[in-house]
Design a protein around this ligand. Structure first.
Ligand SMILES: [Zn+2]
Length: 258
């Protein structure tokens, strides 16, 4: 059955972290993925799933919910995983189902202390970031994917941190733009968007220092330390919830099959 906004509203579940956790734990049991608890955030366990499979050229890294007011990301990641259990059973993969559960429950971008976790991935002292570093070790990933939503967006778009000759997302967008069209704005945060793509790879350390006051987003940290292809996918927060979830699922699915 296709999920609609009516169903989501009826169940009132898109900020229910206990339900999200229960479904991931069930999936871990069925797939053999290991649950790794990373930290306790005001009573909510932040956890990852890890699979050690045989994939040539590095594994995959998928992450959602670092901003708690972007709920389509976490439900889409779960929906995609539940539909791909056979594949996950043999995959070399790290999944972070919800980096900021307190934010999800409270429908807020920030954590319980008002911090934007997505400007803190250089942090070497807080329990979550310590555990996260340990989890990743020196692993290199074929691809990392961070899922986000944007209140200002008028369509889907992606930040593609990749070498100049790589463009993965455009092919994927042709499959999912019937669900939500590509971003129509010409600029996102001062950067040009072309057909929904914000493509860059150079001067990232300078960008972080000058524009983000030294606070590293997850994707930039991953690109500089763990991968040659870091994608950040964004859906427009003001669109219908079920469409955002379906666009997110379609993006994950598309990236995985290309
Ligand atoms: Zn976000």
């Amino acid at each position: 059955m296709k999920a609609t906004d009516q169903q989501w509203l009826h169940h009132h579940s898109c900020h229910d972290y206990d339900l999200l956790t229960a479904r991931w734990k069930h999936l871990a049991q069925k797939t053999g993925l290991e649950i790794v608890v990373l930290a306790n955030q005001s009573g909510y366990e932040i956890f990852a799933l890890r699979g050690v499979g045989k994939v040539q050229g590095g594994g995959l890294y998928l992450s959602a919910g670092v901003h708690g007011d972007e709920p389509a990301t976490v439900w889409a990641l779960l929906q995609w995983a539940e539909a791909n259990q056979e594949r996950l059973a043999g995959e070399s993969i790290i999944i972070l189902p919800c980096v900021n559960p307190w934010g999800l429950v409270n429908n807020l971008r920030w954590d319980e202390q008002g911090r934007d976790l997505n400007r803190m991935f250089q942090n070497e002292s807080l329990p979550f970031f310590l555990s996260w570093r340990k989890l990743l070790g020196k692993q290199q990933f074929l691809l990392t994917l961070n899922l986000h939503e944007d209140y200002d967006a008028q369509g889907i778009y992606v930040y593609e941190l990749a070498p100049p000759d790589v463009n993965v997302s455009d092919q994927v967008f042709t499959r999912i733009e019937s669900i939500i069209p590509r971003e129509s704005r010409e600029e996102v945060e001062g950067r040009p968007v072309r057909a929904g793509m914000v493509h860059r790879s150079k001067d990232l350390r300078r960008v972080v220092e000058e524009e983000l006051e030294g606070g590293y987003p997850e994707a930039i940290y991953l690109y500089l330390n763990h991968t040659r292809l870091a994608l950040t996918f964004e859906t427009p927060s003001e669109f219908a919830f079920h469409e955002r979830v379906q666009a997110q699922v379609g993006f994950i699915e598309g990236v995985m099959t290309i």
